[in-house]
Structures are given as structure tokens and as C-alpha cells.
Design a binder for this molecule. Structure first.
Ligand SMILES: [Zn+2]
Length: 346
């Protein structure tokens, strides 16, 4: 059974291709973080190697071993940890050596299953060299081998790689579906389910990971406090912050983009509150703070900053100088303190 939440289109496409024996040699799953790309890839690998009649059953030895990451024929390739940058930090790129190993393994017969499956998680991290190396395998795919590339953004991949894969887009999962899923299958309290389903922005994996570990929620509180601090900070403090963020960007662009998306959401919420549409906000657990803060800014200021964050994200995507982009963004944060002095009654 395909147990992939909120992706009926993608599941149907793969299921149909599998049943009619028309599976592509390579797939490219495109979608935002935590939307279900890994889950879908795991299900496809299980379906190809399942021992039961209705694959993937999820219960046979093969399905269980794939789910546990122990199946000899299913491998995931992602950036190796960067031991010089501390725990949990991956290297900047997927190295060519990793792709050469993939090629070697792809030339061998399946060991315990019927198909060898290689999942490249974070394909946007393939550098020119490793991408070109992978291209050779994509151009002459060995029999009984399936390659699945996962990416948050296929515009960051070589067009020659993209054109060799069948593209499958995973859309953000609607909040209502996530809310229902959390209540029914994870026994989450309705209030908490509502908050998490909004905060995860369609990435159900984020909501589930926030259930098991407080870290994502703590990280968010920290980031929001930081953002509020910037609104009253001096120019020098803002530029210091921009420098730190730019250094972080060079190590992990995803984490910085994540921060900016959080800012964008917060300010969109301020706009919604200001315009009297508070029922549509994302940060549902912060309605009091949003209501209070929205009084400190004019509609024009809020719109202006939303545009500034959007522009910054776009420029970073187009590989503009991160320090410069972030410094300009710092200058765009409306000054909350100034506003307060202007309207001391607020
Ligand atoms: Zn099975």
C-alpha cells in the first residue's frame, strides 16, 4: 500500500507506470523540504522489490529492510558529514567519489532483491564534476537499476540531468489533511495539530518531526525572537547579524533561506492581522504577539518589507553576493522603536 500522505497525483503516476511495466530509468522528485520525497522514493524502492502480490506491502522482509535502510540493493547518496564544521553539518557538495561508487554498484546484479535503487537525496548538491559523472549512468542506464533524484529546486540542477529524468512534482500538503492526519494517526491534541499543520507549510515531515523532538519549535522561537530584536537594533548590530548570516549561507544556504521564509511568513501574518484577516495566519499560536506588533507598523511598511524579503530570496537563488543581499535586507527592516516614539500611545 502506498502510504504517502497528500500526494495522490505522484502516487498514481508511479503506481500506474509500475503496473504497466513502464517505469522510467530515472526519476526526479521535486518538492519543498519535508513534503514526502524520501517517503515516496522509499515506497517506489519497496514496490520494485516487494515479495507480495500488491506491492509495496510494507510488511514483507524486503519492504521492512528497505524502510530500515538495511537492504543491500537500495542505497541513499547524500552529502557526507563535514567533520571540520561540527556535528550534523554536511559538506557543501556531493563528491564525485560518491557517484563513482554508485556507478560501480549499478554495474552489479541485485544482491538480495530484483532491482537496485539509488536515491540521491539533495541532488542540487551535485557539483559540476559529480553531475557529469552521473550523467554517464543516466545516458546508458544499466538494466534493473533505478535512480531517483530528490531535490527542493530543479533549477539548481544541470539541464542535461533534468532532461534525462522523469520529473515528478510533489505539492505542499494542504494544512487540513495534515491536521487530520496528526489527530487520527499520531493522536495529537486538536489544538497542537492545528498549530503544527499551519507551521509546517505543507511539509508534513516537519510536523511529525516536531512531535518527536522539540528542536524545530525551539529553533523557530529563537528565530522569531531574533527577528523581533532586529526591529529595534542599531544599524551596526544589524550589519553584524547580516555578516553572520552570510557566513552561515556559505556553509548551508538552505538554513538561511529557511530563516528568510520564516520572516516572510511572520510579516505576511502581520499584514493579514492588519487587514483584519487574522483567521488566515500561519503562526496561529502567536496571534496575540502578531496583533500587538501589527500596531507598530503601517500597511505600507509591512508590504515594503515583505517585498524586500521576497527580493532577497530571489537574489540569493540567483547567486547574488549573500553579504550584500542580506545587508540591503537589514536596511529594509522598518524601525519599530522609531514608530513607537512617533506614536507613544501604541
Ligand atoms: Zn513487501
Amino acid at each position: 500500500m502506498w502510504n504517502v500522505i497528500g500526494q495522490p497525483g505522484a502516487v498514481e503516476l508511479l503506481r500506474h507506470s509500475l503496473e504497466s511495466d513502464r517505469l522510467a530509468h530515472a526519476y526526479l522528485f521535486v518538492g519543498q523540504p519535508h513534503v514526502g520525497k524520501t517517503t515516496l522514493a522509499t515506497h517506489l524502492a519497496q514496490a520494485l522489490n516487494c515479495e507480495q502480490e500488491m506491492p509495496p506491502c510494507g510488511l514483507c522482509t524486503s519492504c521492512l529492510r528497505i524502510a530500515a535502510g538495511k537492504h543491500a540493493d537500495v542505497q541513499t547518496i547524500r552529502r557526507l558529514p563535514d567533520t571540520s564544521s561540527g556535528e550534523g553539518v554536511p559538506k557543501k557538495e556531493i563528491a564525485i567519489g560518491q557517484i563513482r561508487e554508485l556507478q560501480q554498484a549499478a554495474g552489479l546484479q541485485p544482491y538480495e532483491g530484483r532491482h537496485r535503487v539509488f536515491i540521491i537525496d539533495g541532488a542540487e548538491h551535485l557539483n559540476q564534476e559529480s553531475a557529469n559523472c552521473l550523467l554517464k549512468t543516466l545516458e546508458e542506464p544499466p538494466a534493473k537499476v533505478l535512480i531517483i533524484l530528490l531535490t527542493v529546486n530543479d533549477a539548481r540542477l544541470l539541464p542535461t540531468i533534468v532532461s534525462r529524468c522523469q520529473r515528478v512534482e510533489l505539492l505542499p500538503v494542504p494544512a487540513q489533511i495534515i491536521e487530520q492526519e496528526l489527530i487520527e494517526h499520531w493522536q495529537v491534541e486538536p489544538d497542537k495539530a492545528r498549530v503544527l499543520s499551519r507551521l509546517c507549510r505543507g511539509g508534513i515531515g516537519w510536523a511529525v518531526s516536531a512531535l518527536l523532538d522539540d528542536k524545530p519549535l525551539q529553533e523557530r522561537s529563537l528565530r522569531l525572537a531574533e527577528l523581533q530584536g532586529l526591529a529595534t537594533a542599531s544599524l551596526e548590530q544589524r550589519f553584524d547579524f547580516a555578516a553572520r548570516l552570510a557566513a552561515q549561507f556559505n556553509k548551508s544556504r538552505d538554513s538561511v533561506e529557511e530563516i528568510l521564509r520564516l520572516w516572510l511568513e511572520w510579516w505576511r501574518d502581520l499584514l493579514l492581522v492588519k487587514e483584519g484577516c487574522a483567521e488566515f495566519i500561519t503562526n496561529v499560536d502567536q496571534d496575540v504577539a502578531l496583533n500587538q506588533e501589527s500596531k507598530d507598523y503601517s500597511l505600507t511598511e509591512i508590504r515594503y518589507f515583505i517585498e524586500a524579503v521576497r527580493a532577497a530570496l530571489e537574489q540569493l537563488e540567483q547567486n547574488a553576493n549573500p553579504r550584500l543581499v542580506l545587508e540591503v535586507l537589514m536596511l529594509s527592516i522598518p524601525n519599530r522603536e522609531e514608530e513607537r516614539t512617533k506614536r507613544p500611545s501604541a
